[in-house]
Structures are given as C-alpha cells and as structure tokens.
Ligand binder design. Structure first.
Ligand SMILES: [Zn+2]
Ligand SMILES: [Zn+2]
Length: 488
C-alpha cells in the first residue's frame, strides 16, 4: 500500500482499521480480502500490520485515489462508502444486511452462516435480529399457517364455490332484470381469421320480450349462451348474406333454439336467395343427431316438430332499397340492400322498438341506401376492414411465398368498408353511437384499436366503439340513453 495513504489513515484517526479499513479495501479490491483475527479492539496490532503490509504490496494507484477521495471529502470520519458505523467501528453494509442501522452495536465483522451473515467472526456472538425481521418472520409464519389451513379445506371450499355458482347461474333468466327496450348482445365480433377471443359475426337482439339473431358466425351461439340470452324468446334469425363466416354457427343456433328454447316449430330463418339450400343442408347434417335426442330425452322434451329451421327468402326487388320484413308486438324489422359485390343480394337491417332503433350493416362498402334507411338510428352497428393492416398482411404473405393467401388479402378490401367509411355512414345517418362489430383484422389489443380506427374519430364525433364478444348495448325504452355492459 502506498505510504501516503497508510500514513493518512493511521494519523487521521478517522478510520478504524480494525473494522473499517480492511472491509473498505475489500470493497474496492475484493481480491485483497484479508482475514483478521477478529474485531476485538485488543487484538494484536501486529496482525493488522501484517495484513496491511500484504495490502501494501498489491494496491495500486487507482485504489489510492479512491481511498484518498474518501478522505478528502471527509467521509471516512463518518461512514465510508458501503460501510455502516457499528458500536466498535464500521461494518460492511452488505455483510450486515440483516440488521437495521440502529441495531448494530453488537455487530462485528460477520462470517457467513447457512442463514446469512448472522454471526460475528470470532466471538460467534449472534446479531441482534431487528424488529423488521421479526415482523417479516411473523408474517411468513402466518401466511404458511393460512396456506396449510386452505390446503386442508380445499375440497370443501371447491364444493362450496361450485354450489354457489350453480345456485346463482343455472336456470336463471339473466335477461329478466333488463328494463323494457332494445338490448343488443354482441355474440361475435370477429372476422373469418382465426381468433381465440372472438367468435364470427353475430348480434342478438332482445326487443321487449322478443328475441332475434342477426347472423351466426362460428362459436357465436356458445357466446350467446354464456351471455344469458333467453333462447326461449327467439322469434327468428336474419342472415345478412351467405358468406360462410356469417352462417357457420347456424347449425348450432338451430339446435339451441330447438332444445334450449323448447321449440315446437322450426326456427324461421330469413335471408337472401339460397337461404333455403343452407337450411335444407343443415337439417340433413343434423338429422341423425336429432334422432338421438328425441329417443334419449323423449318427444315431450325434444319436440320433433321443433327441430331445424324454416327458410324465409327475402325478396327485395332491384330498385327497392329497403322494406319491412317483420312487424309484430311493436317490433319492426326492415331489410336494407347493401353493397358487397360480387355477393348479391347482401342485406343490412334496421330494428325499431318503442322509439328506439338500431341499424346493422352486415358486410358492405359505404352504402348510400343503408345510410338512408339508418337515418336517426340510435346505434349503428357497422362492419369495418382496415386496408392498411390488410395490405401489410398481404405484403408479408407475398414475401413468404404465400401467393394464394396474398391474393385473398388483395381482394377483400374492395367489398368492405374502412373504419372511415363506417364513420361517414354513422355521421350522415345521424346515429348517436357507432359500434364497429365485425372487424377485419380484429384488433388483438387495446393499443392496436387506435391504429385500427385510423381517422374515423375525426369524421364521426359521436360515441365510437369497437365491440368485443360479450358486451351488451342497452337502449331503454322511453329514454335517449345508450348504455353498455359486459356479460363476461
Ligand atoms: Zn363478413
Ligand atoms: Zn361477406
């Protein structure tokens, strides 16, 4: 060790070499760690001198500078860096980590133990455990005890949770608590693209005591069941067009309407030309299953007459933009021609009940007839495709040699509305709220939703929302309110 520093340290009396200098040097140069006989003030000074002599040979100028800096700033007179003042000198904070600063009076240079640095080197004197540590150990013990109790009682707790869930949910008509008005169940907000969270396009509507389903994409009817839609109030289904992603849950809808809805007559399914073929195919596909159910549960429960569906082809002559297709019990449903070429015809719908109204676009580009028919609707449910996002997917597919998929991506923006188109339609129709409900690609996260809507918020200043499966939109009768809730 360079002489000037040693002299400085020895002469200055600021530094307790026995307990301070050596650990300080260890901080700077761990490889210089020396073992002292102990922190005893009366230890043989020769031992310290020997240790220091060893250090003298090894320490270099940077060490000197660092130690010198400590001295110059007068910090050695207080706590050297990394050190803690104890009753008999400075202690290495790292080695005394189990102690509070205020309780180090018995702390000497510690030696590791299996429980941490709890013992001093020579005397073996146990450090005083701090109050903080005692509290920590107490909490840990308490948690352990609670854990053991829960472990022992887990079967009883599981049974109780199950019983409560059964009591609260099974057979309960959750819609009974809804006020009179229109209630829209978003049972599917996805696209044809695979999505773990979103079913294919589906909106179910409860208007007063009557229920209707508009499109039934894959997985949507299970979502509808989970939302507590009263299947026994279902009056009919309405198809916007016959693209597979809008009807691939239709078979399940027919079965649920029949069994869960206790139907005695087939479900009326209204849609464009071809709807009859779809229904006939589904009846054929599920005929075997219907036989099983009738035989198993008996015809009093699985009423044979309630199986399947009755296709009702909507004929909307060219030149006629819309017409009323249902008008019963105060509920009026209007079919509207939309533009989804080459798929023809393609429909949107409007539903009115007690002064409240919704409009559903189905698949369309910006369609003036839809805007006209949707005029004054409280809520417009519109499809939307983000062309930039689909373009990016197309490029990526092309780069990876997926030419067919890239071609599909290139084709689809031509027959869908952009979010800006949807915003324009809502603005021109004067809708109070715009809900994008059939999104391509469906944004996988909230952050991406901002990207998806693009400039739509600049065009439409009303309440713009992106739907997700499980939300309900409420339009109470005798009110102007549009409320939202989540079923799950
Ligand atoms: Zn679609
Ligand atoms: Zn379509």
């Amino acid at each position: 060790m360079p002489r000037p520093l040693l002299k400085q340290l020895e002469a200055g009396k600021q530094f307790n070499r026995q307990a301070g200098l050596i650990p300080a040097l260890e901080d700077f140069r761990p490889e210089l760690a020396v073992t002292l006989p102990g922190p005893d003030r009366n230890a043989e000074p020769l031992e310290h001198r020997r240790a220091i002599a060893r250090i003298e040979q090894d320490i270099d100028i940077p060490d000197l500078v660092q130690l010198g800096a400590v001295q110059r700033h007068g910090r050695a007179a207080q706590d050297p860096p990394g050190m803690l003042r104890g009753g008999k000198g400075w202690l290495d904070r790292r080695k005394c980590r189990f102690q509070c600063q205020q309780s180090v009076h018995n702390c000497h240079l510690p030696q590791p133990t299996p429980f941490g640095n709890l013992r001093s080197g020579r005397s073996g004197e146990r450090y005083r455990v701090s109050t903080k540590r005692k509290i920590g150990l107490g909490i840990a013990g308490l948690l352990l005890m609670i854990g053991l109790i829960l472990l022992a009682a887990r079967d009883r707790l599981a049974q109780r949770a199950f019983d409560t869930a059964i009591e609260q949910n099974v057979g309960v008509d959750r819609s009974a608590a809804l006020p009179d008005g229109i209630h829209v169940y978003v049972c599917g907000s996805g696209s044809p693209m695979p999505d773990a969270d979103r079913a294919g396009p589906c909106l179910a509507v409860l208007a007063g005591r009557q229920g209707f389903v508009f499109d039934a994409g894959a997985g949507s009817i299970r979502k509808l069941g989970r939302m507590g839609f009263p299947m026994d109030r279902l009056q009919g289904a309405y198809l916007t067009h016959l693209h597979s992603d809008h009807i691939d849950g239709l078979g399940e809808l027919l079965l649920q309407a029949w069994i869960a809805g206790s139907r005695g007559t087939p479900l009326p399914v209204s849609g464009p030309t071809g709807t009859d073929q779809v229904i006939a195919g589904l009846i054929q596909a599920y005929k075997i299953d219907s036989g099983y159910r009738i035989a198993h549960h008996g015809p009093a429960v699985a009423r044979p007459g309630g199986f399947g569906g009755t296709a009702q082809i909507i004929d909307l002559p060219e030149g006629q933009p819309s017409k009323v297709v249902y008008d019963q019990g105060g509920v009026k449903i209007t079919v509207i021609r939309v533009i989804h070429d080459p798929i023809k015809p393609a429909f949107g719908y409007r539903l009115d009940y007690k002064g409240r109204s919704i409009a559903i676009s189905g698949d369309t580009i910006y369609a003036p007839d839809f805007v006209t028919a949707a005029k004054g609707a409280d809520v417009m449910f519109h499809e939307a495709l983000n062309p930039k996002m689909i373009g990016a997917m197309q490029e990526q597919l092309a780069k990876r040699g997926r030419a067919d998929s890239a071609k599909i991506m290139a084709d689809i923006p031509g027959y869908h509305a952009s979010p800006e188109d949807a915003a324009r339609a809502a603005k021109e129709a004067g809708a109070k709220a715009l809900v994008l409900y059939h999104m391509v690609p469906a944004p996988p996260a909230k952050l991406i939703e901002r990207l998806f809507v693009g400039d739509a918020p600049k065009i439409y200043s009303g309440d713009l929302r992106l739907a997700h499966d499980g939300i309900l939109v409420h339009l109470p009768a005798g009110s102007q309110a549009v409320d939202y809730s989540e079923a799950f």
